[in-house]
Design a protein around this ligand. Sequence first.
Ligand SMILES: [Zn+2]
Length: 478
Amino acid sequence: MLNKYEVVIGLEVHVELKTKSKIFCGCSTVFGAKPNTQCCPICMGFPGTLPVLNETVVDYAIKAGLATHCDITRIGKQDRKNYFYPDLPKAYQISQYDLPLCKEGFVDISIQGKDKRIGITRIHIEEDAGKLMHDLNEGTMIDYNRCGVPLVEIVSEPDMRSADEAIAYLKKLRSILLYTEISDCKLNEGSFRCDVNLSVRKKGEPEFGTRTEMKNLNSFAFIKNAIEHETKRQIKAVESGELIVQETRRWDAIKGESYSMRTKEDAHDYRYFPDPDLATIVISEDKLNQIQSELPILPDERKKTYIEKYALAADAAEQLTAQKQLSDYFEMGVAHVKTPSILANLMMTDIFKSSCGDEDEMNFKISPESLAEIVGGIEEGTLNPALAKKAMGYLMEEEGSVEMILKKYDLEVLKDIERLTKEGEAILEEHPRIVKDFLGGKAKAMGAFMGQMMKRTQGKADPEQTEKVFKDIVDKLR
Ligand SMILES: [Zn+2]
């Protein structure tokens, strides 16, 4: 039944900008301060106060637009979006209605080697609302520190057709924004959060179905779950002849279910009108050029370089450029190695990944120079990948240089013929079958010998020398 249907997903992403002060006043935007210590009459919406636009907010929004291939408007305005909610003391939010700063861009994603382009409808600036905290014992409390923190809202086209595509788009978008350094995009602090618009239709049908919206999801795992659950719910409803209502739904991550919150408003419900307190935003050619020139090299471009200059596989290049910090790390390390692919392979091992910290804050426990030294060992043949991984494990847990760790744990490929011969003779004494098999022409005998040798030497034996030693011993037995 699921296969008869197609899911259609569009995403609205709210991103808190990393400006020092708020969008219309001088209050700090630092996260985690004591409640209601970072607000003033302007961001609290007292009568008689006047907002003054923080120009950096406009610069950052343009940066986001340029990084996602948008057209940048030259004339922008700001509008009041009217609604009452306790976390919005003015009873309106200053946003942008019909003249957003950026429109018609795109983000390219890659899923299992297949490329797809996701359209961006628009990017506009707006102010964040305060935060309601529901406490069972004390009731609901409001923290206004977040009121007036600058946001960009990035609205995608309904171009995604699966939860995996939606997640790939979000990760790519987050990666691009982190490269531009306009936001810290911390999921757990809510500075990167997502509304999911979702509908289903029978495959081949030209019209979209009625969509629902799930608001404020801030974990990739929740988003994937929520999309999969809502898709099934809608298909079941359509199949049983039920009408899908356009509504906002709340996703309960703990129960893994979504609930209807309210029927969805349309734009006209908000009675948008231009904010009379704020001047028109005019963006000059010079300004645009200046921001363009400040844009860093973005992930897609780095990926291309990694494939062309460092001869990495597309998949490795994609993984290493997905996060700016990871990509910066690779570039610091690659300056010290002869074979970039060895460095890339080590950086994609589980042991390395476990040393990087989480999505929000990368924190490497091994320096790029140390990892490059380990790569050097593999290049010279004194280390193999298994020993390299052991060395990385020790380096994560202990103080000390690579040289010290290698020495302390005797991590070096074993090439000593005398020692290998001794071990080899012991193996064949214990396993006479190996010799019998080998003389009987069974190719797997060599593999069995190699396995035993690795076991006895904790993975240190050099495969080439081991093979030689085996043949020498067997020759003498013939
Ligand atoms: Zn303020």
